[in-house]
Ligand binder design. Structure first.
Ligand SMILES: [Zn+2]
Ligand SMILES: [Zn+2]
Length: 249
């Protein structure tokens, strides 16, 4: 064990117990790219309680659906989606997921971002490679919000995922041009209206053909749709979307 691990042991993000670095069995990491590892970022007890999403999934946005017979979730059915497809990790409506995401967003728990990025990498490294994404672009928060909080949680997770997968991360490819009212109080149509013109492509967006758009939470997909449109307006042809948790309206 590394000396730093003994002096500053990693704590489980959920129960705060000291985490030993040997949790993942060798077999579980076989499919990972080199360098993504054996390290254990959460204790086995809590790991088993994380509400990881279970299929079948909507083929468009990655939300769980009730029946294998359906292709799309209720939200994707009559709605325009310019992104090619989306995947996520946890059910935001369940305990643990809500707490983890809240802590990453508001309590500066950056080590939780390590856990989320590692789980995203474990599940989707191969998909990202197959999709041919050239860059990870985090969904931006408004500059004033970023200043207040000191960081953007989506960028934090994107940076860690980029390290694990050896992929470029470009936080400048999308910019937040306007602050929006809290989305929670609005219905789907209101959300889209609220979001339109809140995002614009940054200077570097036109460098890419195929982008992996990353955000912390996916609910109606309105944010992802608006960001996808902004990127495509700058010449990006394909956008895939990835989030850490999926919520329900
Ligand atoms: Zn724990
Ligand atoms: Zn869907």
């Amino acid at each position: 064990m590394d000396v730093l691990n003994i002096l500053f042991p990693r704590r489980c993000p959920i129960c705060k117990c000291v985490v030993r670095p040997d949790f993942l069995a060798a077999g579980e990491t076989n499919h990972l790219p080199q360098g993504i590892g054996m390290e254990k970022l959460i204790c086995p007890h809590c790991y088993n309680q994380v509400p990881f999403l279970k299929g079948p999934f909507c083929v468009k946005c990655g939300k769980p659906i009730d029946s294998e017979q359906d292709e799309f979730c209720h939200d994707c059915e009559g709605r325009k989606r310019d992104f090619i497809r989306g995947v996520s990790l946890m059910d935001y409506s369940k305990h643990y997921a809500d707490r983890l995401m809240w802590d990453v967003k508001y309590n500066n728990k950056k080590e939780y971002a390590d856990f989320l990025a590692l789980e995203l990498a474990r599940r989707y490294a191969r998909s990202i490679e197959n999709w041919g994404c050239q860059v990870i672009v985090p969904v931006p928060v408004h500059a004033s919000r970023r200043r207040k909080r000191g960081y953007n949680q989506a960028e934090l997770i994107a940076d860690r995922l980029g390290c694990l997968l050896d992929m470029k991360v470009d936080a400048g490819a999308l910019i937040r041009t306007r602050k929006t009212a809290p989305q929670k109080t609005l219905d789907a149509a209101g959300r889209l209206e609220n979001l339109k013109s809140a995002f614009a492509a940054g200077k570097t967006a036109s460098n890419y053909d195929n982008v992996l758009l990353l955000d912390d939470i996916y609910t109606t997909g309105a944010t992802m749709q608006v960001c996808t449109k902004a990127l495509m307006g700058a010449g990006v042809r394909k956008v895939y979307v990835m989030t850490c948790a999926i919520g329900y309206n």
